[in-house]
Design a protein around this ligand. Sequence first.
Ligand code: FES
Ligand code: FES
Length: 222
Amino acid sequence: MSDPKQPPHGTGAEGDAPSVLDDGKTTRREFVGTAVVGGTLLAAGFLSLSATAQGGAKASSLEGPSVAPVPIKLQVNGQEHALEVEPRVTLLDALRENLGLTGSKKGCDLGQCGACTVLVEGRRVNSCLTLAVMQQGKRITTIEGLSQGETLHPMQQSFLAHDGFQCGYCTPGQIMSAVGFSREPWGQTDADIREGMCGNICRCGAYPHIVAAVRDGRGKQA
Ligand code: FES
Ligand code: FES
């Protein structure tokens, strides 16, 4: 029987922390180390978000009975891809899970964070909010298609030059959004950049550096 005076999960203070986690084998140091390595791989796109525990996100956003797949063709980064997907599959899931283009991130899958931003016909789109079947015949550009061979796109160079990221998870979406933003008729002030980029959330709060990167990169963009 637990002590009714003690909160069931401790107070969160360091003194409450057990040195051994519930399985009796894993120490806190080992646990944190594993989480950091996993997070780094995730940010770099080596692991799918599906394998992590962000609000219990699954391998796919699909729920309920499956629907018969249909053949579609997508033009991604200058290449045509033939694939079969259920009609309800989002462009984001088709890119990540069917084509292996995991640079576009799944942050919320709800259109709230911008981590999934890609360009469709040169305009920025939240790929979690559009269906793959709707994008046939359109030019889709993901972060993987932005550079020219070994030469980074000017916006990518600018994010590097200005340290426009910390963990990097939001960065592909930030860069794709910044490329689209730079083609739109916004003013030249930092307030315009903040407003125009407000659909891209950075949990690390790297906003001052992101604004600097967009300010610099938009002037160099072809
Ligand atoms: S994953 Fe698309 S907006 Fe968050
Ligand atoms: S750099 Fe970490 S979420 Fe933006």
